[in-house]
Write a protein that binds this ligand. Structure first.
Ligand code: GDP
Length: 297
């Protein structure tokens, strides 16, 4: 499970502080060096790890850790707060339009988990009392349309698709939004095409869909297992398209957690949800404070 190894290493780092009635600046320095190594081993961005440790040190000195009754606890509390901030601070909700339909566009590289996530998001929103529909806007791989239809059937959510050869994804997205009102659907989730790497043609197409339907949320679906490449991907999508948040998939298979810990600091984008299994209910709202506590537990 993600963060297990980081969690263990952080415990080790604090072990030397625990049980000490008084700790010196040198004790804190030693523990923080271990924290930094633990972060780097978790594939956290180098600058992010450096700033993180620096900030903890400043706070530790400021909060008079050295004179406190339980100095180890005080340091751990500071680390907990900083870790929460690093993971995004507060929970980031998705924007639900007061005037339906709410339009959500999912973007990302091929294999990131877009289609699966489209289904998961629909199930999640249905549980919130919404009436979602799915849109197959990846027209280049016929299998992609079929895959979304299979997902839709499995979870009993309608899928808007056009299998006519040469169908235009911008047109499909626009028509789907028009249809949503007749279908009594108040959330439209658009599954867009992905590529193995980011290219101009893909970005232009996504920009055209964005201009045509003006989504309330553009969510980047990114595979946490690719570590720092996930961060770079998020940065590029955000620069070229403008993204509102990230859905980090496959956290169940990510032993390190470096992407989760670096994305917000590097790109400014909040993680809104995580994917934690292949199943349709393997989807969680991302709470930075809960994740931080879990890591330090
Ligand atoms: P797309 O190309 O971006 O649409 O990606 P898919 O939705 O087809 O997903 C690619 C693979 O990742 C599939 O085998 C999914 O079952 C798997 N997958 C997606 N999300 C998760 C997740 O959160 N955890 C795990 N373990 N597998 C996932």
């Amino acid at each position: 499970m993600a963060f297990d190894s980081l969690s263990e290493k952080l415990q080790e780092a604090f072990q030397s502080l625990k049980g000490k009635g008084k700790i010196t600046e040198e004790d804190v320095n030693l523990a923080l060096r271990q924290v930094r190594t633990a972060l780097l081993e978790a594939d956290v961005n180098f600058m992010v790890a450096k700033d993180f440790v620096k900030s903890i040190k400043e706070k530790a000195l400021g909060e008079e850790v050295f004179g406190s009754l339980n100095p180890a606890q005080t340091v751990i509390k500071i680390v907990n707060d900083e870790l929460t901030a690093l993971l995004g601070g507060t929970q980031s909700r998705i924007m639900i339009s007061s005037k339906p339909p709410t339009i959500i566009m999912l973007v990302g590289l091929q294999g990131a988990g877009k289609t699966t996530t489209a289904g998961k998001l629909a199930v999640y929103l249905r549980k919130q009392g919404k009436h979602p529909m799915l849109v197959a806007a990846d027209v280049y791989r016929p299998a992609a349309i079929t895959q979304l239809q299979v997902v839709g059937k499995q979870i009993d959510i309608p899928v808007f698709a056009d299998e006519t050869p040469g169908a235009n994804p911008v047109d499909i997205a626009r028509r789907a939004v028009e249809q949503s009102t007749h279908m009594l659907k108040d959330v439209v989730i658009i599954d867009t095409a992905g590529r193995l790497a980011i290219d101009e043609v893909l970005m232009d197409e996504l920009s055209n869909i964005k201009a045509a339907v003006r989504p309330h949320e553009i969510l980047l679906v990114v595979d946490s297992m690719i570590g720092q490449d996930a961060v770079t991907t998020a940065q590029t999508f955000n620069e070229k398209l403008g993204v509102d948040g990230v859905i980090l998939t496959k956290l169940d298979g990510d032993a390190r957690g470096g992407a989760a810990l670096s994305i917000k600091a590097v790109t400014g984008l909040p993680i809104k949800f995580t994917g934690v299994s292949e199943k349709m209910d393997g989807f969680d709202v991302f709470y930075p404070d809960r994740m931080a506590s879990r890591i330090l537990d």
